[in-house]
Design a protein around this ligand. Structure first.
Ligand code: R5P
Length: 298
């Protein structure tokens, strides 16, 4: 039986290519706002005994949660066999610790809520830093996919003289992997975050790589302060304008414009979040994982 794919608003392009890639069927449903801002949902597809995939990337998650909750509840009532959330970007992974007394560890609450709505989750490079595994907070089955290989391929095809640069120790995991696959050198800098928008990046040893094209790779570009600080630093050290690669184009406020103005050569992101900087397509990665799992789901 063909799986059915629902796309929450804003995810249509990715949902369409996933539907084609897994030979699924587009979910027939209506989701809109009432004049008072409340959400209306109606599903017309026959869901009985069908495996359902909901495509909903979770940047700016707060507004997406209620529509997602309503849809998941409705799908269950309509006898869906299973519900899998495809959230290429998973929010609330960075507040993974009580940094100050009385703070909410929202990654835990968010995980608990999503785990109560769906049976499984497919995501790409979730920000696992202090947590080693999704199992620590998610009680559903989670497939964690990695964009590293796609990024390596992009670098191999586009930047032959690359030196990969990770802006902080947290980035080492993917920077080292990307560098290895691309067959280029890498270095990881030290970052101190003084506040939401106040980030200091340590002096890197750049002398050796002055004739290379620096390629900054990070999982999330949010305020872009981490990237901008690093760009400034490389500039002061006399390196070439860098190429900035982010898996997730969160770009809070005018972060994208600020990064563009900071003296970079190019910004490239994966399409885990729709954005004009998207240049690396993750559709095949997701379809491969779904197709492998469909055998299990039958
Ligand atoms: C943090 O540890 C992440 O890997 C990114 O470096 C961080 O989220 C980037 O945030 P921003 O763009 O706000 O500096």
């Amino acid at each position: 039986m063909k799986p059915i794919i629902f796309s929450l608003p804003g995810n249509e392009a990715l949902a369409e290519s996933i539907t084609a890639g897994i030979k699924g069927e587009k979910g027939d449903f209506e989701m809109r706002q009432f004049p008072d801002g409340e959400t209306y949902v109606r599903v017309l597809s026959d869901l009985k005994e069908k495996n359902i995939f909901i495509v909903c990337t979770l940047h700016q998650p707060d507004a997406k949660l209620l529509p997602l909750l309503f849809l998941c509840n409705l799908l269950r009532e309509l006898n869906a066999k299973s519900i899998c959330l495809v959230a290429p970007y998973l929010a609330y992974m960075r507040q993974d610790k009580r940094f100050n007394p009385g703070e909410a560890v929202t990654s835990q609450y968010f995980a608990k809520l999503l785990s109560s709505l769906t049976d499984r989750l497919i995501t790409i490079d979730p920000h696992l830093h202090r947590r080693v595994s999704m199992k620590e907070i998610y009680s559903i089955s989670c497939e964690v996919l990695h964009a590293a290989e796609l990024i390596s391929d992009w670098i191999k095809n586009n930047i032959p003289d690359a030196i990969l640069i990770g802006p902080d120790s947290e980035s080492e995991q993917w920077v080292s992997e990307v560098a290895k696959n691309a067959g280029v050198p890498f270095m990881v800098l030290q970052k101190i975050r003084h506040g939401d928008r106040d980030v200091e990046v340590s002096v890197p040893q750049v002398e050796k790589y002055k004739n290379y094209t620096p390629v900054l790779v990070d999982d999330i570009i949010s305020t872009a302060r981490t990237m901008i600080e690093t760009v400034m630093h490389l500039k002061n050290a006399g390196m070439k304008p860098p190429v900035c690669i982010g898996v997730h184009a969160v770009f809070a406020g005018n972060a994208f414009e600020e990064l563009k103005k900071s003296g970079i050569k190019k910004i490239i992101t994966c399409n885990t979040i729709p954005h004009s900087s998207n240049g690396i397509d993750i559709t095949a990665l997701i379809c491969k994982s779904i197709n492998a799992n469909q055998l299990e789901l039958k």
